[in-house]
Ligand binder design. Structure first.
Ligand code: MN
Length: 166
C-alpha cells in the first residue's frame, strides 16, 4: 500500500502527525493502539510491517476476552514514526481530534504477514500492557457481486482474541 494515501490526506504544515520519513529499523516488530477521539471515537490498531504500520480502525476497541471479536476496518498504512504519536490533530484536518496511546508493545507473527494480508488471515502474538497473547485478524469474505455494480468490501476485518490454550 505504501504511504501515498496517508500523505495525500494530510497537510503536514497544519497537523502535528509525522510525515513519514523514518522507517522501522529495530529487530523486534512493534504494535501500537491509539485511542482516537475523532468525530467518532475509535481505536487505531497498528502493526509494524516492512517499515510502515499496517492499520485498522476498531470502533469498539480491541477485544480483551478470549473468543471476543471486534470489527476492524483497514485504513491506509501509517509511517513507522506514528507509533509514538499522541496529540491533537487540528480542526479541519483529516482525523481531527485527540490521539492518545492506549497500548503498545512488540508482536510476533505466527505465520507470514505478507501472505496473511493477501489471504485475509493473520495470526499474531501481542506483548503489550493491555493486549497480550494470540490474536487473529480475519478479513470478511467479499460478497458476491449482486449485479448492481457495487464492489465487495475488502476493508472489513475482524480482530479476534484467540481462545485460551488448554
Ligand atoms: Mn484514527
Amino acid at each position: 500500500m505504501g504511504l501515498s494515501v496517508y500523505v495525500k490526506k494530510r497537510d503536514f504544515k497544519r497537523t502535528p502527525e509525522p510525515s513519514g520519513k523514518k522507517v522501522g529499523t529495530k529487530k523486534e516488530l512493534i504494535f501500537v493502539v491509539q485511542k482516537h477521539h475523532a468525530t467518532q471515537l475509535h481505536y487505531d490498531f497498528r502493526l509494524e510491517h516492512r517499515g510502515v504500520l499496517k492499520s485498522w480502525a476498531v470502533p469498539k476497541g480491541p477485544p480483551l476476552k478470549p473468543k471476543d471479536r471486534r470489527l476492524a476496518v483497514m485504513v491506509e498504512d501509517h509511517p513507522y514514526a506514528y507509533k509514538d504519536f499522541a496529540g491533537r490533530i487540528p480542526e479541519g484536518e483529516y482525523g481531527a481530534g485527540i490521539v492518545k496511546i492506549w497500548d503498545k508493545g512488540t508482536y510476533k507473527a505466527v505465520s507470514s504477514i505478507d501472505q496473511g494480508l493477501r489471504s485475509g488471515h493473520l495470526t499474531i502474538v501481542l506483548r503489550g500492557k493491555k493486549l497480550k497473547g494470540e490474536y487473529a485478524l480475519v478479513r470478511f469474505k467479499p460478497r458476491r457481486p449482486s449485479g448492481s455494480g457495487s464492489r465487495p468490501q475488502r476493508r472489513d476485518w475482524l480482530l479476534i482474541k484467540a481462545r485460551k490454550k488448554p
